[in-house]
Design a protein around this ligand. Sequence first.
Ligand code: R5P
Length: 307
Amino acid sequence: MLVNTLLNVYSALPHTIRKMTVKVTTHDMMYMVQRFKKSNSSVKDMDWGLQNRLSRIIRQPKNRALMLAVDHGYFLGPTARLEDAQKTIAPLLEYCDSLMLTRGILRTSVSPITNTPMVLRVSGGSSIIGKDLSREDITVDIKDAIRLNVSAMAMSIFVGSKYEYQTIVNLGRLVNISLEYGMPVLAVTAVGKDMGKDARYLSLACRMAAEQGANIVKTYYCENFEEVVDSCPVPIIIAGGKKIPEKDAMELTYNAIQAGAVGVDMGRNIWQSDNPVPMIRAVQSIIHQDNDADAAWELYNQLIQET
Ligand code: R5P
């Protein structure tokens, strides 16, 4: 009876309010974890670890995330302007909330004296010149992720592809092992060459990732992105995609945040810019200071003038 009344009240709420109430925020997760701890004290330290790691990626006070993606080499090799990863990453590290990369680049190209949380790509197996990009497996043992002191592990699923089954089962398995160690899992909804990127498809892929237990889902921005966000019970971040003009990338970021994404996992639109530091700072201002694209663009130009 009470539940029905609450559901009726909820259904009558405007869309924007529903979005705010339904999204599971980091704060909500802390509450749920606390409840879980009460009923299962033997895993309390692990759950604290899970929560602590997540809160380093999705930051307070607004539950927002600026992840810098530099993992492209895992299937693309030396991507333009990421040939010397150390050189590309160093000036940007202080401006991102977390860095997404492979263990090879982490060990060779990032100073261990950093407080920036790392999100480790743990899937791979295909290359851009190979037969099928979707044929990925888990390539990193969780022990290595822990040895590297990372804050999350990331892998791709390829919904609708030839290797859909394999990648989805891999996600389930990664979540199983990650739960034992309190390690968050970021699922990347990868899109093959011939696949669409519309709200219907992306909603399907994101929801499936969340159903397997992913803690965060990374996807692409699209028209009617609210639908993707609203039907996914865990936080969503968007990939930047191919390099586009800076102002367009700022608009993409702003629109995604307005639609309910918690942030971005952006790569090429930052480090392929002619002005990577002003660019990441402009994107940061949208994510953390609620700047719109015009204000961010102004900041971007001002920072260029100052350098
Ligand atoms: C792609 O699979 C990689 O995971 C990238 O991290 C991702 O595409 C985000 O980078 P970008 O903003 O360059 O698309």
